[in-house]
Ligand binder design. Structure first.
Ligand SMILES: [Zn+2]
Length: 215
């Protein structure tokens, strides 16, 4: 498991650079320890700097690979994670869990993909929802936000311990589960808030047809 999972509030740290590899015009950097979130599961990679050099991508490998436009050197690393950007992505990701859970429970609409992007995030559903359904969906999501429900995570290490009540079935471990009380439990590698009240408000901007329906 990557370190951001157990230490989501670390936004500055110092460590050692273990390798710098030039790939074309970019530098692939690995660290003795990394708290950066790598791009995964529809959530973009963290932004930040290593020794003041801007990180342009973080790749989900073991160890995590940090891609920089400039060489940060080969000794110690002063690492800074863009806190505001991480927290915004955590809000978007947690909001998606709630929206996907409510869309499924209210209308049987399953989420097939999710992408955080600016200026808005998208959730692809396998069923088209009409305006009244979207209004009801948005209302229920905002009720759950106002209820300020705890968001917790746990890691399952034994296949026999994987709950049978997940939105989809999984048969591999370790499996990280993110739970929003009785609203939703699902496997996820992303970053999330600690209470739903941190989300503020959910607003559904519109629907774009893709295969069957998209918010
Ligand atoms: Zn998630």
């Amino acid at each position: 498991m990557h370190r951001y999972i157990e230490s989501p509030k670390v936004f500055e740290f110092e460590t050692q650079i273990t390798e710098v590899k030039q790939v074309g015009e970019l530098f692939h950097v690995t660290l003795a320890e990394s708290y950066y979130f790598p791009e995964a599961g529809g959530q973009p990679a963290d932004r930040g700097t290593i020794n003041g050099m801007k990180i342009v991508q973080v790749i989900d490998q073991h160890p995590i690979v940090h891609v920089l436009e400039q060489n940060p050197g080969s000794a110690s690393a002063k690492c800074i994670i863009d806190k505001a950007y991480r927290l915004e992505n955590s809000r978007q990701h947690t909001g998606q869990h709630i929206l996907s859970a409510v869309a499924l429970s209210m209308f049987g609409a399953d989420s097939s993909s999710f992408k955080i992007a600016e200026p808005y995030s998208t959730v692809e559903l396998n069923k088209k929802l009409v305006r009244e359904q979207l209004d009801a969906l948005q209302l229920r999501v905002n009720e759950i936000i106002l209820e300020n429900i705890p968001v917790t995570s746990s890691v399952i290490n034994d296949i026999e311990n994987i709950p049978q009540t997940l939105r989809h079935s999984y048969n591999f471990v370790p499996l990280r589960l993110v739970q929003i009380n009785d609203v939703d439990t699902c496997p996820c590698c992303g970053s999330h808030v600690l209470q739903t009240g941190e989300l503020g408000q959910c607003f559904i901007f519109g629907v774009e047809p893709v295969k069957t329906g998209m918010i």
